[in-house]
Design a binder for this molecule. Structure first.
Ligand SMILES: NC(=O)c1ccc[n+]([C@@H]2O[C@H](COP(=O)([O-])OP(=O)(O)OC[C@H]3O[C@@H](n4cnc5c(N)ncnc54)[C@H](O)[C@@H]3O)[C@@H](O)[C@H]2O)c1
Length: 251
């Protein structure tokens, strides 16, 4: 039920953090996995890890903000690995700026990568999936799209993540007739390079006290939920925003 054997996946942002962990996890579950990242070096590194573990992978440099970048990456993955059936959109950025100081450029850059980039990725992936008549897409949203932490001044990031969850629901509705499921994952605080940035690293102990499981997540703890949503085990799930946060948003 959870096997991804014979599936072909693309993971944007697969060079680091959650995308890297999920890419390795999809390969372990049997999928052939294309790792797409703006950093060619880290994409090659993750693809190499998959290959060394006995999987099949290809690395491709892509910028999800470029008009045809992600379409080109999908084409490379299909040429090297076969027709695309799974996609994980994990490419993203985070930073903190007080709302009163936030410039239009900073606000728009966040949306260009974290919202438009996710939409364009979904669009390119769904166009490929339409050719085989089935597919499953997973977008990385965040608990920051559901709650606002008073010490993390990131209105642009929080609102962008709320947009990801709702664009996921909207695409799920629109593409259900095409047998393409679209879900999102809302991780809590996860130990990736994104969370070693100063704004978060200095608050780690304090934040952990407010998490019922009393710790940040390891990136590998996102694999199970991702494999579930992408696999046939979740054949009746679409438009779900699955919270994986150690209970943080329960408080
Ligand atoms: N780390 C967390 O606590 C956390 C929590 C909730 C949600 N998320 C979300 O999960 C996703 C992955 O986060 P992470 O912590 O693994 O971050 P990360 O910084 O470790 O990895 C992000 C990857 O995206 C790539 N990337 C950035 N901009 C890109 C672009 N324009 N085109 C292509 N690739 C690009 C980077 O090169 C990097 O490899 C993000 O969408 C993030 O918002 C993270």
């Amino acid at each position: 039920m959870f096997s991804l054997k014979d599936e072909v996946a693309i993971v944007t942002g697969g060079g680091s953090g959650i995308g890297r962990a999920i890419g390795l996890g999809l390969a372990a579950a049997g999928a052939r996995v294309g790792i797409a990242d703006m950093s060619e070096e880290s994409a090659i590194k993750t693809a190499g890890e998959i290959t060394r573990a006995g999987g099949v992978s290809v690395a491709v440099r892509t910028d999800v903000t470029s008009e045809d970048g992600i379409g080109g990456a999908v084409a490379v993955v299909e040429r090297e690995l076969g027709p695309l059936s799974l996609a994980v959109n994990s490419a993203g950025i985070a930073n903190a700026v007080p709302a009163l100081d936030l410039t239009t450029e900073q606000f728009e850059q966040m949306y260009r990568i974290n919202v438009t980039g996710v939409f364009r990725s979904c669009q390119a992936e769904a166009r490929a999936m339409l050719r085989t008549g089935r597919g499953s897409i997973l977008n990385l949203a965040s608990i920051s799209g559901m709650v606002s932490h008073r010490e993390m001044l990131q209105v642009h990031y929080n609102s962008a993540k709320a947009a990801v969850a709702h664009l996921t629901r909207s695409l799920a509705t629109e593409w259900a007739p095409h047998a393409i499921r679209v879900n999102s994952l809302a991780p809590g605080f996860t130990l990736t390079p994104m969370n070693t940035r100063d704004e978060v690293a200095s608050m780690r102990a304090d934040i952990s006290r407010h998490i019922p499981l009393e710790r940040f997540a390891e990136p590998e703890e996102m694999i199970g939920p991702a494999v579930f949503l992408l696999s046939n085990a979740a054949s009746y799930c679409t438009g779900v925003d699955l919270v994986v946060d150690g209970g943080f948003t329960l408080l």
